[in-house]
Design a protein around this ligand. Structure first.
Ligand code: G3H
Ligand code: ZN
Length: 287
């Protein structure tokens, strides 16, 4: 079922668990995530960065693939198809393409401009029955060309954006995209608690989910995080499993070079990663 992310995230916030957003890059990625969510009876969010959308030919191709896959795989758990770190233009492209959810990442604009653009998109999304994520502060590191300085969000600015009527809010709390450096200072729970205090029932989003220690994830959920984004970890798992298959020479045995065989260990590795995250986030059996 392709749905907006609003209801699943409101339920997660009230039930003190988080829904995973797993980014997709191709058919194998999408299928592995959908099948695992179904197997675990968990709601799920498929994240699509603008770069990944382009790689998969365009947002219309992505939306058509996801909708058809939900039907043909008999996926009955709630699935949101969500633009990740969208530009203003990208948001409109995804609205047109039939996504059910978008993130407008206006964190690099001055706050007044972030407010104005977010406000406009709130109205459009409400009309279309889509959910909208906004960002305040920035997520450190780089993801598909989106670079952030990693400064912690100002809780008052978070409240300003939350009050516009967005459905979920990503606040920078020292989180970083990609693999965390050895000298990482950890999440700023002080910032998270202050944001939670001012934004009340608003589902909060934790980006950069790869490599955050489990105890920090649990504490973040306790402090109001209801959506956690994971991308790099699936990529690392896919790459390691594919490398192992090739290094063991399995691509040279029988018809191991057949792409359906070559890509299978990576697809299984994504499933294992998603399974582990769904357990950790507590969204199993919450569909
Ligand atoms: O927007 C997507 C995420 O924040 C993923 O971050 O690649 O560090 O898991 P990650
Ligand atoms: Zn992110």
């Amino acid at each position: 079922m392709l749905v907006s992310a609003k209801e699943m995230l409101d339920k997660a916030k009230a039930g003190h668990y988080a829904v995973g957003q797993f980014n997709i890059n191709n058919l194998e990625w999408t299928k592995s995530i959908l099948l695992t969510a179904q197997e675990m009876n968990s709601p799920v969010i498929l994240g699509v960065s603008e770069g990944a959308g382009k790689y998969m030919t365009g947002f219309k191709t992505v939306a058509a693939m996801v909708k058809a896959m939900i039907e043909e795989l008999n996926i009955t758990v709630p699935v949101a198809l969500h633009l990740d770190h969208g530009t203003y233009e990208g948001c409109y492209k995804c609205i047109e393409a039939g996504f059910s959810s978008i993130m407008f990442d206006g964190s690099h604009y001055p706050i007044e401009e972030n407010v104005a653009k977010t406000k406009e998109l709130v109205a459009v999304c409400k009309e279309k029955g889509m959910s909208l994520e906004a960002e305040v502060g920035s997520i450190g590191g780089e993801e598909d060309g989106v670079v952030g300085m990693g400064e912690c969000a100002d809780p008052n600015e978070c409240k300003m954006i939350a009050d516009l009527g967005v459905d979920m809010l990503a606040a920078g709390i020292g989180n970083i995209h990609g693999v965390y450096p050895a000298n990482w200072q950890g999440l700023s729970f002080e910032t998270l608690a202050a944001v939670q205090e001012l934004t009340g029932t608003m589902p909060l989003v934790l980006h950069g989910g790869t490599g955050i220690p489990d105890d920090m994830i649990k504490k973040a959920i306790d402090l109001g995080v209801s959506k956690i984004n994971v991308n790099t970890e699936c990529q690392l798992a896919f790459a390691a499993a594919t490398r192992k298959y090739i290094e063991e020479g399995k691509d040279q045995q029988g018809k191991g070079f057949d792409p359906r065989k070559l890509l299978a260990p990576g697809a299984e590795a994504i499933k294992a990663t998603v399974r582990e995250k769904i357990e950790l986030f507590g969204s199993a059996n919450k569909a």
